[in-house]
Ligand binder design. Structure first.
Ligand code: A1LUD
Ligand code: HCS
Ligand code: ZN
Length: 359
């Protein structure tokens, strides 16, 4: 079912209210599949598991739900029609693989709800079995993800790749995932301004009815990875009615505090000035801020391996969470190399907070 504009505008605030003020996003999907033995050394990266091990994808979604996640992100990050066609699949088969990523996540949610209802015993008391609203977010990774060389951490696509190239590249996948039964689209690891602009234009041109979030990545704690201004990028997202949350993913935790403050500034610049001209003071309209950092490790795109010595422990990761929420994060989770344990730790930290003020 589509979400008319008015409904879209309250979609996230309603969901956040039902989630107790802060919602929990899942952790790394691809790297968790890898930890369970999947070989991701392939141009399709985690999307390869849609072909080889859909049961494992479902299991990992379930692990995140049982760790306390309120939102699970599908395995479509690097699933593209162009990527599947390069493997010999037809257009139609490629489109069904995209839909399959959403079906798997929806199945995991159904199984989870069933377990909640049955109240399956949990002798170790580690599984969260709590009936609550759960969203399935259909992942769309950047053009750089499709290039499969870690380019989503540089955002440098060269002059030949224009706004129109990016719109043409993403158009069909956006259409398919918007009609797949997912609750929202997660535009993830957006590395530059032009790709954010392409997404905004596509959402409008294709009259996409479901909500979306935009999540950028940074490697210096100031700008997005390409060097484009985060303020400009967040303002592009802010201008789009479909966008129900804006934030940062797959970025080292130590940079997140400053980046949240920048995003807040960008929304203030966009909204405060026009409201002032109407004589309205101190009113700032913002979209909820989402944060799902990686473990702090860096990725070697050529070898398709993680450089391990730069990561932080779950305990250190979680020590940041309350502070991020205090300064405005409303959705918190983890990206690459975070695990269900990270999400469980976030769940416990947030559960022990005093209730959030009503939104
Ligand atoms: C977010 S990165 C770790 C994803 C993988 C990358 N696109 C690759 O294919 O190597
Ligand atoms: N949702 C993707 C993001 C990779 S940066 C994943 O967790 O694999
Ligand atoms: Zn990541």
């Amino acid at each position: 079912m589509g979400h008319p504009a008015a409904e879209t505008s309250s979609f996230m605030t309603d969901f956040l209210r039902q989630s107790g003020g802060v919602a929990i996003i899942d952790g790394g999907l691809a790297t968790e599949l890898e930890r369970h033995g999947a070989d991701l050394n392939d141009p399709l990266w985690s999307a390869k598991c849609l072909l080889t091990s859909p049961h494992l994808v479902r299991e990992v979604h379930l692990d995140y739900l049982e760790a306390g996640a309120d939102i699970i992100i599908t395995a479509s990050y690097q699933a593209t029609i162009q990527g599947f066609e390069a493997k010999g699949f037809s257009g139609e088969e490629s489109e069904s693989l995209l839909r399959k990523s959403v079906e798997i996540a929806c199945e995991a949610r159904d199984i989870y709800y069933d377990r909640c209802q049955k109240g399956s015993p949990d002798s170790n008391n580690v599984r969260v079995l709590k009936q609550r609203p759960i969203l399935v977010a259909a992942s769309i990774g950047s053009y750089g993800a499709y290039l499969a060389d870690g380019s989503e951490y540089s955002g440098n696509y060269g002059d030949a790749v224009t706004l129109e190239t990016l719109k043409d590249f993403h158009r069909r996948r956006v259409q398919i995932l918007a009609a797949s039964g997912a609750d929202l689209i997660a535009f993830e690891t957006v590395p530059n301004k032009v790709e954010a602009q392409a997404y905004v234009e596509l959402l409008k041109e294709e009259d996409i009815k479901i909500p979306a979030w935009f999540s950028f990545n940074s490697k210096d704690g100031v700008n997005v990875v390409s060097g484009d201004s985060l303020l400009d990028c967040a303002s592009i997202a802010e201008s789009c009615q479909n966008v129900v949350a804006v934030g940062i993913n797959c970025t080292p935790p130590r940079f997140i505090h400053g980046l949240i403050l920048s995003i807040k500034k960008s929304t203030m610049v966009l909204h405060y000035v026009p409201l002032c001209t109407l004589g309205i003071k101190n009113v700032v309209t913002t979209k909820p801020i989402l944060i799902y950092p990686n473990s702090g490790e860096s990725y070697d795109g050529k070898r398709k391996e993680w450089v391990q010595n730069t990561g932080i422990s779950d305990q250190d990761f979680v020590s940041y969470v309350n502070k991020w929420c205090e300064i405005g994060a409303a959705l918190v989770g983890g990206c690459c190399r975070t695990t269900p344990n990270t999400i469980r730790a976030i769940y416990r930290t947030l559960s022990s907070r005093s209730p959030a003020p009503s939104l």
